[in-house]
Design a protein around this ligand. Sequence first.
Ligand code: UDP
Ligand code: MG
Length: 324
Amino acid sequence: MTAVHHDRTELSVVIPMYNEEEVLPVLVERLRPVLDGTGVRYEVVAVDDGSTDKTAARLEDLRARWPQLRVVALRRNSGHQAALTAGLHSARGAYVASIDADLQDPPEKIPEMLDLARSQRLDIVYGVRSDRSTDTGFKRRTAGAYYWLIRRLVGKNVPSQAGDFRLLSREAVDALKTLPDQQQVYRLLVPWLGFPSGQVSYQRDERAAGETKYPLRKMVGLAITSITSFSAAPLRLATWLGVVSFFTCLAMLVFTLTAYALGNTVPGWTSLFTAMLFLGGVQLICFGLLGEYVGRIYTAVQQRPTYFVASDSGRTAEAAVPAA
Ligand code: UDP
Ligand code: MG
């Protein structure tokens, strides 16, 4: 059946969206000409991550005018990475690009990524930010610290400054889909796969409209998940903290015994209190660390899906074909 091969989708573009009604028109205006210009058979998989604004309605309107647009709606807000997972699972293309909705990553780079992957037979093409001068100083510094830490803990082949703007081959996507990981952090899982990869550098723009869906709370959450899902080093750190405090207390013991021998035992209050606070602090830190890992084991054991698809316009269309 060569005909089947003939209408294979070459490129899927996955876009997670959470309350992005403001950027949608601008996004379409820039993305569509780029994709139409590639001349390949493509689909856009817009994942509506439980938006509470008019994103869903806007997408529905757009679908009438843009046949290549598919809308995958999730039941509730499941987070950026889960929305990406949903998109990767429904994408059908031989290559799958992922891009944020807010146009911070330029859609114009997608054809370049596709060309590079095809000509060099690469499975992964990272979009690497050459310049983040448009991000706030705070965002840049925290991102710098994040990548520094990640490269030390996870490994050097994590490209720094590579976010979730990238292109994957079908093989790489299928490999990702086999991972049972519950808390997907794709910017770490993708390099971990070990497929041949390349890079395309780009300038990170300012958000085209609307505001960030990544407040500090979520940024810290992503950082903790990134670390604990790839490294047991913090547990080692806890052990070291324990060792250090043990020897400190040993030294304190010598000090106390000497003081006792010399007969001035009463003014020991300060050292006692300090040691107590120090030990208490160390113990709490270590408990917290253990808790992080126990928590990960807990979610892994539960095996709960990270999202539920409420509707997929592509799937319903597909199902309608044989019935007709
Ligand atoms: N996003 C999502 N679900 C969420 C939060 C964000 O699908 O719970 C999407 C969002 O719509 C955007 C992308 O993830 O397309 C990146 O979010 P954002 O641009 O707000 O993050 P920032 O660039 O500020 O880190
Ligand atoms: Mg953004």
